[in-house]
Design a protein around this ligand. Structure first.
Ligand code: ADP
Length: 894
């Protein structure tokens, strides 16, 4: 049942874990949870270990645990089992001799009828426990009788019997028999029985100093003697001389007949005390060396073994025998080599013994229990022959397990060493536990508690997630309304040419859902920041002014990448790119649509299709700095990006924004916008044609040229590319980005998919929006709202919504990695989106647990260590600038 429970537990745990992983902000809690998992994982084997330990401990009696009131107080011992040598009156009969029993029809204690004479010891109060018990403690009390009593036993002795016929006097380890008793009529005085008694009958015998009346109330403490061992018989132990020291291995506690062999008694091998590793020392204070052990020298055993016979109370089914042995082989003492046990149920010993050899020679000198399996043999007596494996064999304890009986090891209310004061009637829990139920219940309760804790964490997480969701929705809505206002303002110059398209059902995928509290742009203008200067400095939200530059609008990428968290930093990014709209009026020329001749479809982006067209007389529309190849009269091949006809207003605005941004960018490594067709629908932007499409697909179709050929020129038409050529591509991107950064322009979506490849491997940065069709998998969708290229994003962009040139540098590092891996796999391809975000959390925590993209095979060490890794530095200010990156890459080409 237990293992079933454990098995059932792991899927729950897994689910919880995966659901936590879904929560991007939960990486810390995830860590906590993983710790908890670890704790659980540790706890479960711990529980199992505990059970095994408990079972092991419960296999032999433990005097520290075996201290339960046996039933004088609680009434478990019946009146008929309490007898006495005499009674002073019926009201002081034996049955009134129960500890803490003060009322009823009696006079509050047992009192013998004759005055106790010194050294007489004739009177006794006898308790029959009905079965053998291991008795570790006794308690006595005088007669109080609500203040009427005046008698108590100042001293007493104890006698005990296992069979009710032969009686033995108890004495302590040093031979003293008389026990100090009570000093008044009411206090309970407890006496630890050292050594304990194994008996069924116990007699309390008051001793008086002078002729006086005594009365007693008593209790016995211990537990049932489950071993059932009534007596053992063995040769008495020997004396060892160790370095001039007399070491006695006799059985000093043996209570049977002592002759050449010890017979009909029990002693040290059943006292519940195990010897120390060093047999010269003892658990017991003030006794002689070797006290804990009974031991024999092999010299007196010509047959090489010591024979012991164990007699039990009745026929039992024996599962095992445990022998506690010394193994001080440096002093000639070792575990037995072999033991052979014979069994007897009736009169004859059975012929088929059980033989056992301890596993292998233990290297440690520590004393230990050796468990001898007895194979469920039925017997009333067992005869075992222990064979020497060295000069000496020392045993300190023997225990027998039969049936399913085990000792109850739960803590008793009366612990060893507790002050000997009044005992309150404890529960007589000395019953036999026939299973591990208690331990199992304990473990199950612990596991249930853990499960409850996990459930609480899940519930807490859900509440937290809901709160986060609400908050993020608010932020998104705020941002959207602000954005719409800006867009409207910024593109007022084009509005006359735009036809309102609100009602159309566009397939354009909006990132922001229409917001419930959408406000008219005119009302929102007041909220917008004042963009005095283009700077990376992050302006606090409080500094947002009331006025706005009429031409200030966020750049395109901003419209598509949203911050995950509300942050005043968001103002900074607007500030950075606003100036692209703050210049003089654009000189974009409207190109006559009829002069475009469709050739082929190049691809499809978020706005619509991109076509290859021939453009007649395009030269007339080009800026002076542009020199196109070929005859100025012949039609020019151009790429025409068209806004799909069913695009809604937001898509149109975004499309126009991209036009606006691109129209201002002039760099050999930035795709050039040549002209537009915005007078009528569909809106078109005409850009230079890049023959080899996007860099991602371009590289994907290539393979790496062998390194020794790196310097060689790439052959025309070959599908191989050298690492030097790859670095050359990276140089061009760095150059384009350097240009953008000189304008304080933040791209926010730099990746190979957003770079185009022209003739002679010219690379140009394009796509100032995000391509979500072909490269949908590169973007991460936040709760159905926005998509983010998280695998390219810096930790601060993801966690703080902070986009700067330094976060573009981060993306450049990833782009460089893509290039050098020939785009054969996605960055962190082995990570789920959630894991990527968790990793981002690690970058934030900076505890060395963050995972970096590995060095691509063809990447020179210097490029990886000095450049790529520097792009992913946690501190944005420590990342290189594009200028530095460009220089470094150029140098690496030499
Ligand atoms: P969007 O930005 O809307 O996703 P893109 O600009 O990425 O759209 O264009 C989609 C695809 O069209 C690109 O992956 C590329 O293959 C092709 N394409 C776009 N512009 C050009 C161009 N100037 N020259 C050649 N191919 C182009």
């Amino acid at each position: 049942m237990f293992s079933l429970f454990l098995c059932g537990f792991s899927p729950v745990q897994k689910n919880v874990q995966s659901s936590l992983r879904e929560d991007r902000g939960a990486s810390e809690r995830l860590q906590l949870f993983e710790k908890m998992n670890t704790m659980e994982v540790k706890l479960i084997p711990c529980c199992i270990f505990f059970i095994l330990m408990a079972v092991a401990i419960k296999a032999q009696v433990n005097p520290e645990m075996c201290r339960y009131p046996l039933g004088m107080t609680g009434g478990k011992i019946q009146d008929k089992d309490i007898s006495a040598s005499s009674q002073w009156s019926e009201s002081t009969a034996a049955r009134f001799g129960r500890l803490d029993f003060d009322t009823g029809d009696g006079d509050g204690a047992w009192c013998p009828d004759i005055m106790t004479e010194p050294d007489g010891f004739k009177e006794y109060l006898q308790v029959d426990l009905r079965s053998l018990h291991f008795i570790t403690l006794v308690g006595t009390q005088g007669r109080h009788a609500n203040g009427m009593g005046n008698e108590f036993a100042q001293r007493y002795k104890i006698k005990y019997s296992r069979d009710g016929s032969s009686w033995l006097g108890w004495h302590d380890r040093l031979g003293k028999q008389v026990i100090e008793g009570n000093k008044n009529t009411y206090d309970v005085v407890l006496k630890d029985l050292e050594p304990p008694i194994i008996a069924r009958f116990v007699r309390f015998m008051p001793v008086a100093d002078a002729s006086m009346s005594v009365c007693m109330r008593v209790e016995l403490y211990g537990c049932e003697w489950l071993d059932g061992l009534v007596s053992y018989s063995l040769p008495d132990g020997h004396q060892m001389i160790y370095r001039g020291l007399d070491v006695f291995f006799n059985d000093s506690l043996y209570d049977g007949a002592i002759a050449q062999r010890l017979t009909k008694g029990l002693g040290q091998l059943a006292d519940g005390t195990w010897g120390l590793d060093d047999f010269l020392h003892s658990q017991v204070h003030g006794v002689w060396p070797g006290y804990d052990y009974v031991g024999w020298s092999n010299k007196t055993f010509p047959k090489g073994y010591v024979e012991m016979i164990f007699d039990f109370d009745h026929i039992r089914n024996f599962t095992s025998m445990k022998v506690h042995c010394s193994n001080m082989f440096s002093r000639g003492v070792r575990l037995f080599r072999q033991v052979t046990c014979y069994f007897r149920s009736e009169s004859e010993w059975e012929s088929d013994p059980v033989t056992f050899r301890p596993a292998s020679e233990p290297l440690s000198q520590s004393a230990r229990f050796v468990t001898v399996p007895l194979g469920d043999r039925t017997a009333r007596s067992i005869k075992c022959r222990f064979h020497f494996s060295d000069q000496w064999m020392l045993f300190s304890e023997m225990a027998f397990q039969s049936g399913s009986a085990v000792y109850n090891t739960s803590l008793s209310p009366h612990k060893h060493g507790q002050s000997k004061k009044t005992l309150l009637g404890g529960d007589p829990t000395h019953k036999v536990d026939d299973s591990n139920t208690r331990i199992l219940i304990g473990c199950l309760v612990a596991i249930i508690a853990i499960l409850l804790a996990i459930i609480l964490i899940i519930l807490w997480r859900q509440v937290w997630q809901k709160m986060l969701e609400k908050a993020s929705r608010r932020w998104l809505d705020d941002e959207l309304t602000a954005r719409l206002a800006i867009q409207t303002q910024a593109f007022s110059f084009l509005q006359s040419s735009l036809s309102s398209d609100d009602g159309s059902t566009s397939s354009y995928e909006r990132i922001y859902p229409p917001c419930a509290n959408y406000q008219e742009p005119s009302r929102l203008i007041r909220k917008l920041p004042e963009f005095a200067e283009c700077t990376e400095h992050l302006e606090p939200a409080a500094s947002w002014g009331a006025a706005i530059c009429s031409d200030s609008a966020p750049h395109y990428a901003e419209a598509h990448i949203i911050s995950l968290q509300e942050s005043s930093d968001s103002s900074s990014i607007r500030a950075v790119n606003m100036h692209l709209f703050a210049g003089p009026d654009l000189t974009l020329k409207e190109f006559p649509r009829e002069k475009l001749t469709f050739k082929e479809k190049l691809g499809e982006g978020q706005f619509g299709e991109v076509h290859l067209c021939e453009a007649e007389s395009m030269q007339d529309f080009l800026d002076e700095d542009l020199t196109m190849e070929g005859n100025s009269k012949s039609p020019l091949l151009v790429a025409v990006k068209t806004l799909r006809e069913d695009a809604n207003k937001n898509a149109r605005n975004d499309f126009l924004k991209e036009i606006r941004i691109m129209s201002r960018l002039r760099d050999p490594n930035i795709v050039r916008l040549l002209a537009v067709c915005v007078d009528t629908d569909p809106l078109c932007m005409i850009t230079e044609y890049m023959e080899n499409g996007d860099l991602n697909q371009f590289l994907c179709s290539l393979r790496l040229k062998a390194q020794n050929n790196d310097k060689e020129k790439q052959e025309e038409g070959s599908d191989e590319v050298s690492s030097i050529k790859l670095l050359g591509m990276a140089v061009q991107i760095a150059s384009g980005m350097n240009y953008l950064s000189s304008l304080n322009f933040v791209h926010r979506d730099l990746a190979t998919r957003n770079c185009l490849v022209g003739k002679n491997d010219t690379i140009k940065i394009a796509d100032f929006g995000m391509s979500r069709n072909l490269y949908r998998g590169d973007y991460f969708r936040i709760q159905g709202r926005a998509v983010l290229p998280i695998r390219w994003m810096s930790w601060e962009s993801i966690l703080l919504g902070k986009f700067t040139m330094a976060s573009d540098v981060w993306a450049f590092g990833v782009t460089l990695w893509e290039i050098l891996t020939l785009c054969k796999e996605q960055p962190y391809s082995q990570f789920s989106d959630e894991q990527v975000i968790e990793n981002t959390g690690e970058f934030f925590r900076n505890q060395g647990k963050q995972v970096y993209l590995p060095k691509p095979q063809c990447c020179p060490d210097r490029i990886y260590n000095d450049l790529m890794l520097s792009c992913w530095r946690r501190n944005a200010q420590e990342r290189p600038s594009f200028k530095e990156i460009h220089t470094q890459l150029m140098e690496s080409m030499v």
